[in-house]
Design a protein around this ligand. Structure first.
Ligand SMILES: Nc1ccn([C@@H]2O[C@H](COP(=O)(O)OP(=O)(O)OP(=O)(O)O)[C@@H](O)[C@H]2O)c(=O)n1
Ligand SMILES: C[C@](O)(CO)[C@H](O)COP(=O)(O)O
Length: 385
């Protein structure tokens, strides 16, 4: 028989979603499969994906006594049934397979509820592979080098080229995997259903997995998703006075007056610091470096900028770009622009191309127009590291 390249998803494919664990490592207030993740209960994500793929029935294997919470998590979904699981994952899968006996589907997908994102393409690859083999599993290559551990020291190196990370769903011809589970006599538990199948003499095909199938295991997996890009703005004003130095964007400029105020009164850096702090929601410059604190009197503003970049990095972000606008009648900023860009880039540790410095006047209007002070505004984008 010719192998079917891309068989249509029909009711010949059933699914077991194993959701009977305790989720202890995830440290959630309730078993992780019922906890909320990216807007809905963990288990609901993959059940919806299976139903949308045309898989039926979808049996969800749940802990003893969890019918109510499971029903709440999956409310409104047709074609879903519940089965009580066992003490181990293997027991839970076995219970689910036995519950499918009367349906006797041709194929079955066995999936961890703890892997919420289930791409349709993976399901299609698995089902296609079952045209040739009794089982199929999604796998990913290993990117790190590998070694065995001998206590706290390194044992023999392992060849990563020959190894794969195994995900779920794992797909099988139903009759074969049921027989394999029934026949399991291993002294220890199998790592997954593919190992049960292999022990029964079945051949298991490898298909491409997907990083999106990541298994939620630890509390950190439940942390809110950080946006890819964040944006902040800053604005500052300092008074021009006789007898003061003029520092703008970390560059000292010869001028008949200088700016007075917090630190070296580098109004442009202050606006930029607030833009970066704003982008990572870490308050403003005055919170981190209070003007009342004598240690900042006359201090170089470079250190505030370096600190803001460090706080952004601690929040998981690097500088995407910065754009500073200096608002004054004098001095002329143009002759200093490149030195300013270079200094900001150096302090922030970023490429020059990510730094923009601009200037404008207010047509002699207002305090900047009258030369009483200089204002600056800044925008910064942060990108997830
Ligand atoms: N007796 C069990 C144990 C696990 N599972 C399911 O198997 C999947 C993979 O297991 P794992 O991530 O280890 O989940 P838990 O066993 O719940 O986690 P922990 O070990 O942290 O308690 C999960 O969807 C889990 O609900 C199950 O159905 N029955
Ligand atoms: C089935 C599995 O998800 C495949 O990678 C994995 O073996 C489950 O292991 P766990 O220890 O039950 O999380």
């Amino acid at each position: 028989m010719e192998p079917q390249a891309n068989p249509p998803m029909t009711s010949k494919v059933a699914a077991l979603v194993v959701a009977a664990g305790q989720g202890l490592r995830a440290g959630q207030p309730l078993p992780k499969q019922f906890a909320n993740w990216r807007g809905k209960p963990v288990v609901r994500h993959s059940v919806e994906a299976l139903l949308a793929a045309g898989v039926a029935p979808v049996l969800v294997v749940i802990p003893q006594g969890a019918e109510e919470i499971a029903a709440t998590c999956l409310t409104g979904l047709d074609g879903v049934g519940f089965v009580t699981g066992g003490e181990t994952r293997q027991d839970s899968v076995r219970a689910g397979l036995e519950a499918l006996v009367s349906d006797a589907p041709e194929l079955v997908l066995i999936h961890d509820a703890a892997r919420p994102i289930l791409p349709l393409a993976v399901i299609e690859r698995l089902v296609a592979a079952l045209a040739l083999e009794a089982g199929a599993i999604p796998v990913l290559p290993v990117v790190d080098s590998l070694c065995h551990a001998e206590g706290a020291v390194m044992g023999a190196p392992a060849k990563r080229e020959a190894l794969r990370r195994v995900q779920t769903p794992q797909a099988f011809r139903y009759a074969d995997i049921l027989a394999a589970h029934r026949a399991w006599t291993g002294a220890t538990l199998a790592g997954d259903d593919a190992q049960v199948a292999q022990a029964h003499g079945l051949t298991v095909a490898l298909v491409d997995g997907d990083e999106a199938l990541h298994k939620l295991t630890y509390a950190s997996d439940f942390a809110p998703a950080l946006p890819l890009v964040r944006m902040g703005t800053g604005y500052d004003v300092h008074r021009l006075e006789d007898g003061e130095e003029l520092w703008l964007c970390g560059v000292k400029i010869e001028h008949h007056q200088g700016l007075s105020g917090h630190s070296d009164a580098d109004v442009a850096i202050h606006a930029l610091v607030d833009a970066i702090l704003g982008a990572c929601a870490r308050g403003d410059i005055g919170q981190h470096f209070p003007p009342s604190d004598p240690q900042w009197r006359g201090a170089s503003s470079d250190r505030f900028l370096a600190h803001a970049v460090k706080l952004a990095a601690e929040a998981g972000y690097g500088i995407g770009h910065v754009d500073v606008t200096i608002i004054c009648e004098a001095p002329k900023i143009g002759p200093h622009r490149e030195a300013m860009r270079a200094r900001l880039a150096e302090v922030m540790g970023v490429d020059l191309g990510l730094v923009s410095v601009k200037a404008t006047t207010t047509e002699k209007l207002g305090f900047t127009g009258r030369g009483e002070g200089i204002a600056a505004q800044a925008a910064a984008t942060l990108v997830r590291l």
